[in-house]
Structures are given as structure tokens and as C-alpha cells.
Design a protein around this ligand. Sequence first.
Ligand code: AMP
Ligand code: GLY
Length: 424
Amino acid sequence: MNILILGSGGREHTFAYKISQSPKCNLLFVAPGNAGTEAIATNVPISVTDFKAIESCVIENNIEMVVVGPEDPLVQGITNYFSESERLKNVMIIGPSKEGALLEGSKERAKEFMFDHGIPTAAYQSFTKETVAKGKEFLETLNAPYVLKADGLAAGKGVLILNNIEEAKQELENMLTHAKFGEASATVVIEEFLDGIELSVFVLTDGKNYKVLPTAKDYKRIGEGDTGLNTGGMGAISPVPFVDEVLMKKIEERIVIPTVNGLIKENIDYKGFVFIGLIIVNNEPFVIEYNVRMGDPETEVVLPRIKTDLVAVLEATAKQTLNTIDLELDERAATTVMVVSGGYPEAYEKGKVISGIENIQDSIVFHAGTASKDGKVLSNGGRVIAITSLDIDYKKAIKKSYQNIEKLHFDTMYYRTDIGFDLL
Ligand code: AMP
Ligand code: GLY
């Protein structure tokens, strides 16, 4: 079948890499894609939220399956757009409906969902412009640090963790009254701080059945030792070595099953990935967030560990037959290190020539922000290239990623040299 992937990052290149290996895939398109996807698929220069242009592309190219990479089109309702269109309703689309995507699109909605279905999460209350004073009173009842979350999508920047109560009250005011994150902070969720270790669990559901995919841990801060500004992710490791069977059983029973059952009970059309961000406090798992898509760079370590034909798995998701799929995993560990443009996540330059990609051996090069021009690969984003390696344990795998990164070069290139440091 012909398949279209929406997105342009390392996550989408990884999907393209796996899907292009499937005997079930005939022609593969990526919109808009990057220099990496261009080498294995046809890039189509359309935006992921231009539903009309996507519709034309699907019809013109006889596309039978669309895999949605990022959250924006899902929150804007691309799945509903397909199901409501005569011409598109039979096209398989991997990604939840708008109602399902609200689990990521609204932190308040996600918290309500968790409370309604008995899923462990931090205690919270939410506030608006009208209730700022009540919000400040609520802060007084909590202990530091204070966690403030903009309700809506804020490009990963909408969560503030503050140590000082006065600062927390001021930021609450900035978010609610002065629209610090625009419309996204018209409602703010204040929640209890959870002190523990973070990890992510990925689930694929067809709306009836589910498969738990490999766990992963990402490294969000720009600086060594998890310091400095938050980024989209500077590296990732899968599986997470400290997750044993006992913990995984708790996660599945207390979180994964109630989440999938909650979606079913609420009659939410959800055929896609659920990315569950967890904090483990004294060996007990709590949900800190849902995302309604795969993570980036977590995808770069999760998908390479799936041996089963990915197109068969996605087709079963669309047809609600995931129960017939036997998910076979690569037992090896996978690591990825993200190479970024100097200055990221603040201002950075694009258009730097990247050299040395062809010298990389025994690792997989996933392009994130790249473009090709006159036969050259240029940097075209903050996160530029992810180097993924597999080996018997994460220490051996990470060594390979770092040996290969040394062969890469572009002006201003930067990466963290300590991915996995906290697992030793
Ligand atoms: P989120 O966008 O909800 O994942 O939040 C961003 C980051 O803030 C998370 O990766 C955590 O490191 C941190 N965080 C969010 N909620 C909490 C919480 N309740 N307690 C402690 N840390 C949190
Ligand atoms: N790496 C975190 C995310 O994809 O949201």
C-alpha cells in the first residue's frame, strides 16, 4: 500500500526507516520531511496542519494509510476531518480523534480523565483569570517546589517549577492575567510536586486492544548533568534499566489498562500511540502527562527495537485487530544522542553544511532538522541529527553513538556527552 507520514523530525525519519523496510509498503511519502526522509521516500512540501493539501495529496497518490507524527494536527482534528470526509473515510489514519487528542491538548482535561478513571497522578486544582486569588490561596496550602502548568499546547515550555512562593504567585498571575503562554495559559493547573525518577511508557491502542511498547527515558535539559534550559530532548535510552517486572506490572495494571478502558468507556475514537510520562515515587508510578503521539527522540530508540513488521502492526491498529499481533522485540538496548545547533533551544543558525554522515558505521543516522541542497545536507533546525545504536547493554550502545558522532561535523554543532549518566 502507499503510505504518508506527517512530520519532519527525527521521529518521522525513524517511522519512515521502519515503514520503508516493510514488504507491505509500496510508495512512501513524507510531508514535509527532511533530508533523511528524502533519501528513502518522496517528500511533499505541505504543512502538517494544511488538511486540504493533505487531502489532495492522499487522493492523488492513492494513499491508504496516514501516520501522524506530531500532536498539532491531532489536536486540530485531522482524524475527525478524515472520518467526516466521503473521500477519506476509508483511509487508515494512525492518531486519535480530536476528543482523544485533548489528553495532550488540555492538561486540565487530562487530570480530569485520570481522576475519573482512578489513575494515580499528583493532586491538583485548576484556575482561570477570574480565580487568580483562589489560585494564590491554593499555593499557600502546598509545599515548595510549586508546579504550574499552562492548560494548552505551549511547545513544551508551558510547565514552570518554582521554589519560591512569591515567585510562584507572580508567575501564576503572569500566566492567567498577562497571557504568558497566550491562549494556552488562559487556564492553569497547579499541582503537587512529585519527587522521583522519570520514565516514559508507550502504548499502541486500536480502541479495543493495546500493546505496550518498549520503555524509554529521555534527557530533556540542554546541559550536562541535566542542567540548563528544557529542550525537545537531547538523547534517549531504551529499555529503562531500572524498570523491573514488578514495576512494569504496576504500570500496566494501574495506568495502562485504566487508560485504555477509560477511552473505551468514554466512547473516544482512539487508534494510535499513547505516550505516558511517569514519575516513580518510592517504587509507585504516577502519571505526569499524556501525549497522544510518540516521543522525539524516544521514537529513535523505541521503533528500532520492534522486530515485527511495523506496517502490519499499524494496519492492525486501524482495523482494531491488534489482539492478533504478536509483538516481537529486539532484546538489545538502544541509545540515541541528539546533535543540535549551537544556541538551541534559544536562537541558533541554520544552513550549516553537515559532513561525515557517510563515515558513520554500525549506528543509524536519523535526520531531525536537515534539508538537502545541491547534493549537500544542511542543518535546518535546532535538533539536527540523532545517532542511534544498538548493543547488548546501553553502555556499549552509547559508546558506539559517541564514537560515530565524532565523525560528524558542522559549524556550531553541540551534543551532550553524558546521556545515560544517571543510570550508572
Ligand atoms: P510535562 O510537560 O507535564 O511533562 O512537564 C514537564 C516536566 O516538568 C516533566 O518532564 C517533569 O520533569 C516536570 N514535572 C511535571 N509535573 C511534575 C510534578 N507534578 N512533579 C514534579 N515534576 C513535574
Ligand atoms: N521527548 C519528549 C517529547 O517528545 O515530548
